[in-house]
Design a protein around this ligand. Structure first.
Ligand SMILES: NC(=O)c1ccc[n+]([C@@H]2O[C@H](COP(=O)([O-])OP(=O)(O)OC[C@H]3O[C@@H](n4cnc5c(N)ncnc54)[C@H](O)[C@@H]3O)[C@@H](O)[C@H]2O)c1
Length: 285
């Protein structure tokens, strides 16, 4: 058991998964969101997932109780002052992330490492808003966090090697597989993944195949675990759209990364995928 407290800022799809994994591996967690009801709902969903692990015999009931005790919630960002690491998992918008990092920089000790789970935004730019850019880095988990082993640890231009090493070690303590990468738009995985979604949206837009057909072909014949539309629903259509927009901008408008208008329309409709109960498919939340 560790005495380290890890702050998680944003308790949505990723923040709740990160908090769960951090607590399951013996760290104390302080989970933040902007509203009490959001963070409580996130905690409830996490407890349901942990309860299922008990039912499946993957963890003992005693362990579950210990894990639950290690998780505290907050709606006051200044509470993060007690943390040795903070992982931000707020929406994929630079202005939101900069605002959070500016506040964290004010509240947290100089030694605290501030990490962002951004899928695509510049770590260097986020770090530049703080007085400690050498202790700001990317720590990019994959969805669903409890199941996906990969974590990209991203060094900004000013990030110190000590910070990268500490995050690599931390990722290993979470029983994840860290890979280090440079601060480029979309890093490794999200850059590779952009054409997967974009081409599927174009094929659908050109009426060459339906959403269901595209997903079925990619799974049955392509042997992908999920089709591009199912995966967008899992990720969240708003988050996926913002990531494509930011990779496109990051490469100064390079044509192959151009977002598709239909994904934007889906986002505007509020049909955001699993978290909304409806996206390209319907879900029973
Ligand atoms: N969804 C994925 O598959 C995935 C995978 C890897 C990385 N990411 C990245 O993780 C981050 C979070 O994505 P998500 O899918 O969990 O989003 P989400 O929409 O599920 O959750 C975002 C959470 O942030 C909270 N929030 C809103 N404004 C905030 C603020 N000012 N301060 C703190 N919290 C705030 C919201 O209330 C919400 O609970 C994004 O940067 C995203 O790119 C997402």
């Amino acid at each position: 058991m560790s005495s380290t407290t890890v702050g998680v800022v944003g308790s949505g799809t990723m923040g709740s998964g990160i908090a769960q994994v951090v607590a399951q591996n013996g760290f104390n967690v302080l989970l933040f969101d902007i509203k009490e009801e959001i963070v409580i709902e996130s905690l409830t969903r996490m407890r349901t997932r942990l309860e299922k692990l008990v039912e499946k015999g993957k963890i003992l009931r005693d362990e579950l109780e210990e894990i639950n005790k290690r998780i505290q919630t907050s709606t006051d960002l200044s509470d993060m002052r007690v943390c040795q690491f903070v992982i931000e998992a707020a929406p994929e918008k630079l202005s939101i992330k900069k605002d959070i990092f500016q506040q964290l920089d004010k509240y947290c000790s100089e030694e605290t490492i501030l990490a962002t789970n951004t899928s695509s935004l510049s770590i260097t730019e986020i770090g530049s808003i703080t007085r400690r850019p050498e202790r700001v880095a990317g720590m990019h988990f994959f969805n669903p966090v409890p199941l996906m082993p990969l974590v990209e640890v991203i060094r900004g231009v000013i990030t110190e090697e000590e910070t990268v090493k500490a995050l690599v070690q931390f990722a290993k303590a979470l029983r994840k597989i860290p890979v280090t990468c440079e601060d480029t738009p979309g890093f490794i995985v999200n850059r590779i993944a952009r054409p997967f979604y974009n081409e599927a949206l174009k094929i659908h837009g050109e009426r060459l195949a339906t959403i269901e057909q595209i997903d079925r072909i990619m799974k049955k014949e392509g042997k992908f675990r999920m089709g591009p539309f199912e995966l967008q629903d899992l990720i969240g259509i708003d988050i996926n759209f913002s990531t494509t927009e930011s990779v496109h901008q990051g490469f100064f408008g390079e044509e192959r990364f151009r977002p598709h208008y239909y994904q934007q329309r889906m986002m505007q409709s509020g049909k955001l995928g699993r978290k909304a109960g409806v996206g390209y498919y319907n879900y029973d939340n």
